[in-house]
Design a protein around this ligand. Structure first.
Ligand code: P1T
Length: 381
């Protein structure tokens, strides 16, 4: 099935009891049983819910995987993956990633004896040099949040597989429409479904997709034992969002490209971070592993004062100043004080995330209006 058809039909089956064409919201916590142990396969909604199952099927199909699992947030999905590990295990992860992931690793899991190595993942040699007998997992985000760095998923997977190290890719920035890490050898794909999958900034949710049955069973066990499941209404919203993922992503990419190029030609704009530029350090890999470059862009002004950045951040009218991304509406964000504030300043600066970096989630509005908004906020003088 081609991607556009898949987005509309994945996980969609008319409801067996009524024929309802859209998956109903099974707003129930439990299910009546005929006798102890005799039931219709549904016992208690933390373990089984038909709306969630429909969404999990869609998740699997979108990522070209066999299995999908839905969680109550992106960080809950990440949390489930780390719970596959035991004290003494080591993880290699990127030195540029969503601040909440960093916070989960450093503030929650380190104290349980799991060690995290934060490395520059653009160079595979940096990953290889951190592998030791305790390495169980390589966690990568590509493109990264917020510096839009690209890691070669195929190369990392090839490095990990013979050593039996799990590779998990946080595919949130690309969405399953633009990049499918399982096809490139990754073991698990993670998404903040809050973003492009839902697409309308109205739900918090996470997803995991995988091919291996044993891995799926372990993660399902964690999902039901730890209980971070999304409610049926949220599953319904994400199922609905997915139906337009392909058209939204195409417009996000088109608008993203126009704005990245416009920013680059603007006399007051300094560095623009966008993997679609031919001189982006990993453009060649992005071109191979992604279908297009998405709607996320970061940039700095030539004037590197906080006042200049603050002025732009508070002057846009269409781009709303907010955390999050991937919705139909455009957002502007200040990573240092918002989404990445949980990373110590020294660590951020060392890894290239400046105090004045501005991040855009380019929506699917008319691009002329978006550019006009940025023009008035940045100014020419
Ligand atoms: O917010 P939540 O659904 O729990 O997802 C966490 C998460 C995981 N991975 C990536 C790459 C993310 O960007 C996020 C959430 N990010 C934001 C809220 C943000 O504005 O960057």
């Amino acid at each position: 099935m081609k991607p556009a058809t898949l987005c509309i039909h994945a996980g969609s089956h008319p409801d067996p009891s009524t024929g309802a064409i859209m998956t109903p919201i099974y707003q129930t916590s439990t299910y009546v049983q005929e006798a102890p142990g005799v039931n219709k396969g549904y016992e208690y909604a933390r373990s089984q819910n038909p709306t969630r199952f429909a969404l999990e099927e869609a998740f699997a199909l979108l990522e070209k995987g066999k299995y999908g699992l839905a969680f109550s947030s992106g960080v809950a999905a990440t949390d489930a993956v780390i719970k596959l590990l035991a004290p003494g295990d080591e993880v290699i992860c990127g030195n540029d990633m969503y601040g909440g992931t960093y916070r989960l690793f450093t503030k929650v899991f380190e104290k349980f004896g799991i060690k995290f190595h934060y490395v520059n993942m653009q160079d595979i040699a940096n990953i290889e040099s951190h592998i030791n007998a305790n390495t169980r997992l390589i966690w990568l985000e590509t493109p990264t949040n917020p510096l839009m760095n690209i890691t070669d998923i195929r190369a990392v997977s090839a490095l990990a597989k013979p050593r039996k190290i799990l590779v998990t890719v946080d595919n949130t920035f690309a969405s399953p429409y633009l990049q499918n890490p399982l096809d490139l050898g990754a073991d698990i794909v993670m998404h903040s479904a809050t973003k492009y999958l839902s697409g309308h900034s109205d739900v918090i949710q996470g997803a995991l997709m995988m091919n291996d049955k044993e891995l799926r069973d372990q993660l399902y066990f964690i999902q039901k034992s730890c209980g971070a499941v999304p409610g049926p209404m949220d599953c319904f919203l994400v199922l609905r969002g997915i139906k337009t993922l392909h058209v939204r992503m195409e417009r996000h990419c088109e608008n993203g490209k126009a704005i990245a190029q416009w920013l680059r030609n603007h006399p007051k704009v300094g560095k623009v971070y966008w993997p679609g530029f031919e001189d982006h350090p990993n453009h060649a890999i992005a071109k191979v592993q992604m279908k297009d470059f998405g709607g996320m862009i970061s940039f700095e002004l030539k004037d590197d004062s906080m006042d200049a950045a603050r002025k732009v951040l508070s002057s846009t009218k269409l781009f709303a100043l907010a955390e999050s991304l991937g919705g139909v509406e455009s957002l502007i964000n200040h990573p240092a004080s918002m989404t990445h504030a949980s990373i110590p300043r020294e660590e951020r600066i060392k890894n290239g995330l400046s105090d004045t970096l501005i991040r855009l989630s380019v929506g699917i509005e008319d691009v002329d209006d978006l550019i006009e908004d940025l023009e008035q906020a940045i100014g020419r003088e």
